[in-house]
Design a protein around this ligand. Structure first.
Ligand code: ADP
Length: 675
């Protein structure tokens, strides 16, 4: 702090005193700042000093030497009388402020009356430094001369003055200091107040019987009051939801506060409108010296933690939900830590394996595996794939508590945190006994089906093949009978023979068709790349008679070359084209054969403008013997489309129809580009 002399004493008054002092005593006086050297008051300066000694560098050096000698002593608070090297007397009296030397009263220069003036010394000085002797000696004459007694009394007076000035300076300085401290404290206080008022956290001071003496805006916001003023004087109860809660709260926490402890709790406070608000409260007695007396007040920091509580609640609910789901699962779920220690199992685990959760925690999960060594080896493989998030699935034989061994399917996955650190392993175990049984059953059925199918194929082939022979004989003899004995028979007889011939012919067609269907099933495919365009042209050629009869128009799109069994694909086109012409009564009948490239396959279409087929028959027509017409309406065996489907499927494609009655039909089938 600044202890500058001029700020601590009244300089104007000092100047007056110094003048009066000089007038009364005749001794030259100067008051000089001890730090800056500034002269606050000065009177009676001697020409011998100002015009001679302080003008020449060598005599000036002596003056400075004197000044320094005086200053050195005076700093310690001592008064010093000193005869300078230029032969004149000087006295310095220190003015102190709180033990610090702040200024000096200088008396002098003067000469003692009983001191013989050494004129020779001065004359030598004049000669040495080039002073005008007369002028120099004249200036020496003017230096005041005092008796020792006079100097003694002047000194007494000035010592008293210095003491007075010291006291004044010290008092003033202390006052200033105190004032400054108070100011500082005041500004600190205002700063604290403003911090309190504008804090982002709710603050309140409860005093005595816990009335709210001070609260800030944030607290008002939390509790639903307009401003802190509205809360002033609120009773303790106003902050609690119910009397019971208050009593419980008060009892529990009052003691801790009186022990000077910092209290940290979560509690539901009451808003102005009576609704609750979850807050975190931390409180401490303001009087830390004597906390048992809460009269100085308790400072509470209040934070609205509604959101946190909500999040906690949501978390709790979702945890509960997860737990319920966990236990509702039919699959056994085992959760292990990264060291493969069991940390959680669900109810299904206990149901499936027959062990209680406690038993499982106590024993190793090894008891659940038939071949634990093998299981560990999987576990190790899984560990290697820990970096991958995808779960690993495998089947495994497990053992129940009662020793029963049963098949299971494991889905094992890693739990990781956001940083990818492994948290544990979740193993989901399904009892697949039923599935395994069903699979075995299915396998058995399939092989049986295959066997009977083969037998059936065999039978169909043998039957149709072996039937052909006798049938050919019957038909042949019937025709002989018809040609040779027709004239011997009456009309009825001729009619019977005619019908028998027709029936035999129809049976022959049926057998031929059945035979070709059975061949498609049994003969191995002979695949070679063929130009489908060429195949269709041949088919059209072979149907020329019917085409002309129907006066039909046949058009083709571009056709690819594909690896196919040429005989089968021929009969595929033949059957479809034949149907397009047969089931077509249109005077301007047409058939359009096209092909579309579709990535891995070609899609062929055979579109006609014939009678069409209702939706409900779109599937059925592809089955054997399924016909939609009588033999009288349209001849046929009901084998054609079944044959087509078989051919397409053996080539790895699909066949279907799009049609509506009266709007023609489009048959589609696909053939893969590669076998
Ligand atoms: P079939 O022609 O010998 O009766 P298919 O298996 O070839 O036997 O055909 C089954 C049935 O599908 C036919 O009876 C006919 O009713 C219907 N059908 C097949 N092709 C067409 C077509 N292009 N237009 C209308 N109906 C058709």
């Amino acid at each position: 702090m600044d202890v500058s002399f001029q700020k601590l004493v009244d300089i104007k008054a000092l100047k007056k005193m110094v003048l009066a002092n000089y007038a009364a005593s005749g001794i030259p006086i100067g008051v000089v700042d001890a730090v800056s050297g500034e002269i606050y008051a000065g009177v009676g300066w001697q020409r011998i000093c100002t015009h001679f000694h302080r003008k020449h560098p060598e005599t000036l050096a002596r003056c400075v030497e004197s000044d320094t000698a005086i200053a050195g002593k005076i700093t310690k608070g001592e008064t010093l009388a000193y005869k300078c090297k230029n032969g004149l007397w000087d006295i310095g009296i220190p003015i102190m402020c709180d033990n610090r030397h702040i200024a000096t009263i200088f008396l002098g220069q003067f000469i003692y009356e009983d001191e013989k003036i050494d004129k020779v010394f001065f004359k030598n000085q004049a000669a040495e430094y080039g002073f005008n002797v007369d002028d120099y000696l004249g200036a020496l004459e003017a230096v005041p001369v005092f008796t020792k007694e006079k100097v003694g009394s002047i000194l007494e007076y000035n010592k008293a003055l210095a003491e007075f000035l010291s006291d004044q300076a010290t008092t003033n300085w202390r006052l200033r200091q105190e004032f400054a401290q108070r100011k500082q404290a005041e500004s600190l206080h205002t700063e604290l107040e403003s911090l309190f008022d504008h804090a982002q956290v709710g603050l309140m001071v409860l005093r005595g019987e816990r009335h709210l003496v001070k609260g800030n805006q944030r607290l008002a916001d939390i509790l639903g009051y307009g401003s802190p003023v509205d809360m002033q004087g609120l009773s303790k109860k106003a902050l609690h939801l119910t009397e019971e809660r208050y009593v419980e709260f008060g009892e529990e926490h009052h003691n801790a506060l009186t022990r000077g402890e910092k209290l940290q709790i979560e509690y539901e406070l009451r808003r102005k409108d009576g609704t609750p608000v979850w807050c975190s409260l931390s409180g401490k007695a303001l009087d830390t010296e004597n906390p048992s007396d809460l009269d100085k007040g308790v400072l509470w920091v209040v934070d609205d933690i509604t959101e946190k509580k909500k999040a906690e609640q949501t978390l709790k609910e979702s945890e509960l939900l997860m737990k319920n789901i966990f236990n509702a699962l039919k699959e056994a779920v085992l959760v292990l830590d990264p060291q493969r220690e069991l940390i959680n199992v669900n109810h299904a685990t206990q149901d499936i394996f027959g062990y209680s959760a406690k038993e499982l925690y106590e024993q190793s999960t090894a008891v659940l595996h038939v071949d634990h060594e093998h299981y560990l080896e999987f576990g190790n493989r899984l560990r290697e794939t820990f970096s991958e998030a995808a779960p690993t699935e495998f089947e495994f034989e497990a053992r129940r508590k009662n020793g029963e061994i049963f098949p299971t399917e494991h889905t094992v996955s890693m739990m990781k945190d956001d940083t990818g650190k492994a948290l544990g392993i979740v193993s989901v175990v399904r009892d697949i006994t039923e599935r395994k049984n069903a699979e075995n059953e299915l396998r058995k059925l399939l092989s049986e089906l295959e066997r009977s199918n083969n037998e059936l194929k065999q039978f169909a082939y043998v039957a149709s093949h072996d039937l052909q022979e006798p049938l050919r004989a019957v038909a042949g003899f019937l025709q002989l009978l018809q040609s040779r004995y027709q004239s011997h028979l009456d009309a009825k007889g001729r009619h019977y023979i005619e019908r028998s011939v027709k029936a035999a012919q129809r049976m022959q067609t049926l057998i031929t068709d059945l035979l070709s269907l059975s061949r498609v099933n049994t003969t191995p495919l002979s695949i070679e790349t063929h130009d489908i365009g060429h195949i269709t042209e041949q088919v059209v050629e072979s149907l020329q008679m019917l085409i002309q009869e129907k006066n039909a128009d046949i058009t083709f799109g571009n056709m690819p070359c594909l690896p196919v069994d040429v005989g089968q694909i021929q009969s595929l086109f033949q059957n479809l084209l034949l149907n397009s012409l047969k089931y077509n009564e249109n005077k301007n009948a047409y058939v359009v054969i096209e092909c579309q490239d579709q990535d891995n396959e070609y899609c062929f279409s055979i579109k006609d403008n014939g009678i069409g087929i209702s939706d409900k028959f779109h599937e059925r027509i592809f089955l054997v013997f399924q016909r939609l017409h009588t033999e009288q309406e349209y001849t046929g065996t009901g084998i054609g489309l079944a044959l087509c489907r078989r051919i397409v499927e053996r080539h790895g494609g699909k066949i279907w129809v799009e049609s509506q009655p009266g709007q023609g039909a489009t048959f589609y089938f696909t053939l893969p580009k590669k076998r």
